[in-house]
Structures are given as C-alpha cells and as structure tokens.
Design a protein around this ligand. Structure first.
Ligand SMILES: N[C@@H](CCC(=O)N[C@@H](CS)C(=O)NCC(=O)O)C(=O)O
Length: 199
C-alpha cells in the first residue's frame, strides 16, 4: 500500500490511521507544483485531480477522497476498531462527523491557504469556521473523542484540520474542548510517529 501525501495536509489523517491500524505501507511525498512525487511518479496518473490524499492498494487500485480512504483503512482492519461496523447506526454517526469535518471545517479552513484570498473573503471564512468550531466545542465538552470514549478515524481527521489553525493565525484557546482533544490525539504514539515521518 502506498499513501501519496503532502506534509501536514489532510492526507495526514490517513497516514495516522495507517499507523494506528498497524498497516505495512509506504509514503510518497507530492510536489504540488511539478505533480511529481519524491519517488519520481507522475501524480496525474495516480489522481488526475492533482490533490492528496491518494492511496494505492496492493491490487493496484487507487482510492481518493479523505473520508473514503479513512473508512476503507478502518474497514480492512476491523480488529483495530477505528470505525463502527458498516450498516450500524453508529457508523452513520461516524459518517456524519466525517462529512462535517470535510465540508464545514476542512473546506472553510482550506480556503485560507489560497494566496489570492481577499481580506474580506478571509474574514468571512474565519467567521464561518469559528461558528462551526463554537458548536463543535459544545458537542465535545462531555467526551474525549468525537464518537465518545473511543478514538476513531474522525478524530485523526479533526486533529489534522485543527492543526492548521496556528499556521492560519487562528487561536484555538477559545475552544477548550477542541484544544483538549488536540492534545489528547497529539500524544498518541501513532500520531507522534506520523508527524516525525512527515517532517
Ligand atoms: N475532496 C478532497 C480534497 C483534498 C484536499 O483538499 N487536498 C489538499 C490538501 S489538504 C490538496 O492536495 N490541495 C492541493 C490542490 O488542491 O492543488 C478530499 O476530501 O480528499
């Protein structure tokens, strides 16, 4: 299995889960500008949309889109208990979280990395993100992880996205439950190893 990644980008969530679940895998860093990977592959032949993550399976199939890659990795290693079984109500709760992170947090923060963003647009993006973070902070006040007592793929994704805040000048102290979650996930051995590998 090979994960195509950019350091600290949303692909880091899949990287964390590869380690949490004990997969044997390689990572290959993308150069966005050239669309070549560190191993010399033409990334356009891997994911013609040109963005990470992409996961090449041992079968040769390539899976893309973070929320799908994360669920695939969890489902292939059910013993790691990183997602509830397919078809259960709990699984739909997990999918709610994944979709919320992707569309309400990731995309609102992601826009702030655009070097052409106007000051007005930037303010609007930060306001929208902050409204969602306010709500999420309230939801997280009574639980260590998104799904309750147990770490899941959604926590790896939330950790990754919230990790962009300091780089974007967004102070996370105002969201104590999110800050606590971030510290809790940061201390996991798989997360420490992921960050070291991506640096
Ligand atoms: N819809 C994709 C979006 C992935 C995405 O936003 N990737 C970013 C990094 S976090 C990226 O590679 N951006 C580079 C680009 O779009 O050119 C997913 O959910 O996986």
């Amino acid at each position: 299995m090979k994960l195509y990644y950019l350091p600290g980008a949303c692909s880091m969530a899949a990287h964390i889960i590869l380690r949490e679940a004990g997969y044997t895998f390689e990572i290959d860093k993308l150069n966005l500008a050239t669309q070549l990977t560190a191993a010399g592959e033409d990334y356009r032949a891997v994911n013609s949309r040109g963005y990470v993550p992409a996961l090449r399976l041992d079968s040769g199939d390539v899976l893309t889109e973070d929320t799908v890659v994360l669920q695939y990795l969890a489902d292939q290693k059910p013993e790691a208990a990183l997602a509830p079984p397919m078809g259960t109500m709990e699984r739909y709760r997990l999918m709610e979280w994944l979709n919320f992170i992707a569309t309400e947090l990731h995309k609102n923060l992601g826009a702030l990395f655009n070097p052409n963003i106007t000051p007005e647009w930037k303010v609007q993006q930060i306001e929208m993100f902050s409204r969602r973070a306010d709500w999420l902070d309230g939801q997280m006040a009574d639980r260590p992880f998104l799904m309750g007592a147990r770490f899941s793929v959604a926590d790896a994704y939330l950790f990754t996205v919230i990790g962009w805040c300091p780089k974007l000048g967004i102070e996370i102290d105002r969201w104590p439950a999110l800050k606590k979650h971030h510290a809790l996930v940061a201390a996991r051995p798989a997360v420490i190893a992921t960050i070291q590998a991506e640096q």
